[in-house]
Ligand binder design. Structure first.
Ligand SMILES: *Cc1c(COP(=O)(O)O)cnc(C)c1O
Length: 421
């Protein structure tokens, strides 16, 4: 391997990408569940956590579930997705957004990303409806806590009478035109996973304004019992209900959601300032219409600032160069000081398991990106538009833990700056 451009003192303890931060009330609620023996999937904390989530998001109903993935699975079923049904999905996202479509035998078709918010591109979505006019469901994720182009996407979904499922797992507390993410989909999902903006150690919520949908979700999540004295079953069920202990943690964390967002925003702005003169941009958002929750701070290296880097399926190589860097070099430098960064989600259409799936993109229009694998001179490089792949190649997630001190972040900024020396 090449020698790093500059060595830095590692932190005494690891600085995480995004780890749980507890405050106190969580423990009181856990203790209460324990002392009263309400340790199962029934109890006051579940109802209270659901109420608080409704109050925050403005949704009529919130159903506490075991995870965000469970919520997405029920959402896909509730949207009526069955075997061989095409579902349009965000492409640049975590696999959990899409896997539930497969659980139900559906066929995901991936929609390319736009550069303004790194979310689903409305023009590509519209094009997808031209190609698959019978599609009736769209799964939209808000990447890293930044709301997508909701006005356009909602409009397109309405026009084509498709159900919008919103995956707000990463964007709890973020809003678009004063409306919280999670309140745009006919069915939406939140996650209480350990690295999200608040956590219940696990857990999730299904959100909706429709009582029938909420009732169904509640029934399916508790093994689909009918109202009979014995175990009577008319349809398939799941063991997806939230635990009262998990709900207690979430109930405690809910009080700190806004405080977490304030810290995350500070972190984002410090990076923005500290890296301002480098050939990079931070993960963008629409300041006119949206307020992100700043869950993860990410950067994208300008093409002129990229050293040469190739990525195979499971390994990568780069050639260090003065004045330039690449995601792998920065990630290695962060690791050398015990700071945790992460590559951008590898787009779903690039994943081996989804290689046969269709991917809809705006070939030949908008901003052309560079083929990173091409060795030819810049002018001759193959021009094509695959925004998700481009962001994956040039971007990375920075340590965004709210327990990171200012001094720690300053050192991280120095380390990143040194990569461009
Ligand atoms: C974390 C996450 C999920 C899954 O949530 P879990 O609670 O971990 O099951 C789904 N979608 C996205 C975009 C996520 O980041």
């Amino acid at each position: 391997m090449f020698k790093r451009k500059k060595e830095f003192e590692p932190f005494a303890s690891k600085v995480w990408l995004s780890s749980p931060t507890m405050h106190g009330p969580e423990l009181e609620y856990i203790k209460d569940a324990y002392e009263t023996n309400w340790m199962s999937t029934v109890g006051e904390h579940i109802l209270e956590a659901e109420r608080m989530v409704c109050e925050k998001t403005g949704c009529g109903y919130a159903v506490g579930l075991s995870s965000g993935t469970a919520a997405l699975h029920l959402a896909v079923r509730l949207a009526g997705v069955g075997p061989k049904d095409v579902v349009f999905c965000s492409d640049l996202t975590f696999a959990a957004t899409v896997n539930p479509v497969l659980y139900e035998g559906g066929i995901p078709v991936f929609i390319d990303t736009e550069y303004d918010t790194w979310n689903m591109d409305p023009a590509s979505l519209e094009q997808a409806f031209q190609l698959y006019p019978d599609t009736r469901a769209v799964v939209l994720a808000h990447l890293y806590g930044t709301p997508g182009k909701l006005e356009e996407i909602q409009k397109i979904c309405k026009q084509h009478r498709a159900v919008l499922i919103e995956d707000a797992a990463e964007s709890f507390g973020a809003s678009y035109r004063e409306v919280q993410t999670g309140h745009f989909g006919e069915i939406s999902c939140l996650s209480g996973n350990g690295n999200k903006i608040i956590t219940g150690s696990t857990g999730g919520f299904l959100l909706t304004d429709h009582k029938e949908i909420a009732d169904k979700a509640r029934k399916w999540s508790t093994q689909s019992r009918e109202a009979a004295p014995w175990y009577q079953h008319e349809e398939v069920g799941y063991n997806y209900r939230m635990s009262n202990v998990v709900a207690g943690i979430l109930r405690g964390q809910m009080q700190f959601l806004e405080a977490h967002i304030v810290r995350k925003k500070q972190i984002y702005e410090r990076y923005q300032k500290g890296l301002a003169d480098l050939p990079i941009v931070m993960n963008p958002y629409d300041p006119q219409n949206s307020r992100p929750n700043y869950w993860l701070s990410c950067l994208l290296i300008e093409e002129e600032g990229m050293c040469r880097q190739v990525r195979g399926e499971e390994e990568s190589l780069y050639i260090p160069e003065h004045g330039k860097s690449c995601p792998m070099e920065i990630l290695e430098a962060l690791e050398s000081i015990q700071a945790e960064g992460r590559p951008i989600w590898k787009p779903m259409h690039m994943q081996p398991m989804y290689r046969g799936s269709d991917f809809i993109t705006q070939k030949g229009s908008g901003r052309a990106t560079t083929d990173m694998y091409s060795k030819s001179k810049k002018e001759d490089r193959k021009i094509y538009l695959d925004v998700g792949m481009d962001i994956f190649q040039r971007g990375l997630c920075l340590p965004s833990d709210i327990k990171m001190s200012k001094e720690q972040q300053d050192r991280i900024i120095e380390v990143i700056r040194a990569c461009f020396e």
